[in-house]
Write a protein of this length. Structure first.
Length: 532
């Protein structure tokens, strides 16, 4: 910021209203005119209001600012300028330029106004006018047929009333004044209707919610999927993501979505978060540092943690540990258990299995990265058995799967038509709709399978996954321990029992049919947004 703006003029003419009494109606708790006065006083040395409203004149008096009240005032810009020049002379105020600030641009921030003013001073122009940049398609008509001309699709500038700067001390020959165009933020909006008012109200109520998330070849992609699913549900608020710059898997996954993401060095993450000034930080990174949580809360930032059993978990404003049905520590701010486990959007409307007459299709899936390469190991074990019985194997791997080349080479060598392979799909629910049994890792997939009513044999990648106790026989799953290629008979025996023993199969199917996670997401979202 170079300096304060010497003169700011607010034209508040009732003849120019969008609808009756709009200037004195409260928008998110503050009237339009008061919002504009507050903004102007932050950056202006002297603030004038030109108005034909006695009520607005009174508001100005209570704000201790100059007000030129006259019921005959005209709303035309040039007449406001002429009137302003007379007022400056009357008050013996000397200035080189006047900035006119519209009260109908409540989203316009003081920092953006100062950017415009500084750019105007550097340009040497006579006037600054504000514009929004829009892209319009161009069509040509041939034989009464409209055809899109891709080469003529171009950006245009649409003039706005939000901001206008007029230089008084520069005149140019033939009255040709140089106009400097200032491009407003893409989210800027002016109020011309009740609809515009409603949009501005929504924008002003927005909070900034920041997700700090991990995703790599060790912990997998579950944290990414969960946070993106939450982000999709809080569209009324601004959402940003932050990751360790080394977490390329996480960065690349989020960068492909519509959300803004910042990748910084691990030791700079907290400082960057404070710079972004969020209203809430949601950690989905396993154990969160206690000092980080306490520092954020000291700055007035709400903190939400997912899947956290560390010392910071009971100190957060809210911790959600849906993978643990039994509380692991005492806390009044922690939600426990599978009733808070929710599904990705793709499972809404998915066709849930209603019967399990026989096993014809088996799903193999071991998370976004599968660091143990259970995919290829289990395939080698099961392929002869399934081939002999005509059972189709559906293999699904994640975007971070490290052994894709080896798997594809194995599949090419065998060429079995009863094997399908899908990598990095965003619609695994479509595949789940077709299978009868699954073999999977012990992450979020077990909840998706439970919701789809598909029994599964569950293999944990590491000790942390083994602490997830939802995947048990009472819930329709068989936890499988000590997995390796040498002990192939055990896995085949489990699959064969599902295939050949109807009573056994029906028992597990009836157990898994008790689950329905369709309402859980709304409970989690309401708990999070309730903090705001």
């Amino acid at each position: 910021m170079l300096e304060r703006i010497k003169i700011i003029v607010i034209p508040a003419i009732k003849k120019n209203v969008a609808f009756p009494d709009d200037l004195i109606k409260k928008l998110h708790g503050v009237t339009l005119i008061q919002r504009t006065i507050d903004c102007a006083k932050k950056i202006g040395s002297t603030v004038f209001v030109i108005t034909d409203s006695e009520e607005i004149h009174l508001i100005c008096q209570r704000n201790n600012i100059f007000s030129d009240f006259n019921q005959t005032h005209d709303s035309e810009l040039i007449k406001c300028l002429d009137r302003m020049i007379l007022l400056l002379n009357k008050h013996e105020l000397n200035c080189e330029d006047i900035l006119l600030l519209s009260p109908y641009a409540p989203i316009l921030k003081s920092a953006e106004i100062m950017d415009a003013y500084n750019a105007f001073l550097e340009s040497g122009a006579h006037e600054l006018r504000s514009f929004k940049e829009e892209t319009r398609p161009i069509y040509q008509v041939t034989n009464n047929t409209a055809e899109f001309c891709e080469s003529f699709q171009k950006k245009i500038l649409v003039q706005q009333d939000s901001l206008y700067i007029y230089r008084l001390d520069l005149q140019k020959e033939n009255d040709q004044r140089k106009i400097f165009p200032f491009i407003l933020d893409k989210d800027s909006i002016e109020i011309h209707s009740h609809r515009d008012w409603w949009i501005c109200e929504k924008i002003l109520k927005r909070k900034r919610i920041l997700f700090r998330v991990i995703g790599n070849n060790v912990v997998g992609m579950g944290h990414i999927y969960r946070t993106l699913s939450i982000a999709h549900e809080i569209s009324d608020h601004e959402v940003v993501f932050i990751c360790d710059e080394k977490e390329r898997l996480a960065v690349n996954s989020i960068a492909g979505s519509e959300y803004w993401i910042e990748a910084v060095a691990q030791n700079q993450i907290v400082n960057k978060i404070l710079t972004l000034k969020p209203d809430m930080v949601i950690h989905d990174q396993l154990e969160t540092d206690l000092n980080d949580v306490l520092l954020l809360q000291k700055k007035g930032i709400k903190v939400v943690n997912f899947e956290d059993l560390g010392p910071a978990a009971p100190k957060a404003d809210l911790t959600i540990n849906e993978l643990y049905d039994d509380p692991q520590y005492e806390s009044t701010n922690t939600l426990w258990g599978n009733s808070y486990s929710f599904l990705r959007d793709e499972f809404e409307g998915a066709k849930i299995k209603t019967e399990l007459s026989k096993i014809e299709r088996i799903l193999l899936t071991f998370g976004g990265t599968d660091p143990s390469n259970f995919t290829l190991k289990s395939l080698k074990i099961l392929l002869p058995y399934c081939h002999a019985r005509g059972i189709t194997l559906h293999i699904v791997s994640g975007s971070g799967y490290l052994f894709k080349t080896s798997l594809e080479a194995f599949l090419k060598d065998h060429g079995d038509k009863n094997i399908t392979f899908t990598n990095a799909t965003g619609v695994i629910s479509k595949i789940m709709e077709r299978v009868d049994l699954a073999i999977c890792s012990n992450g979020r997939t077990v909840y998706e399978l439970a919701h789809m009513h598909i029994p599964a044999i569950v293999i944990s990648h590491h000790e942390r996954e083994q602490t997830h106790k939802f995947a048990c026989e009472e819930n329709g799953f068989i936890p499988y321990h000590d997995f390796n290629e040498a002990i192939s008979e055990n896995l085949i025996a489990l699959v064969d029992r599902f295939v050949s023993d109807k009573i056994y199969r029906d028992t597990f199917f009836s157990r898994i049919c008790q689950h329905d996670f369709s309402r859980n997401k709304s409970k989690v979202i309401n708990s999070i947004l309730g903090l705001l």
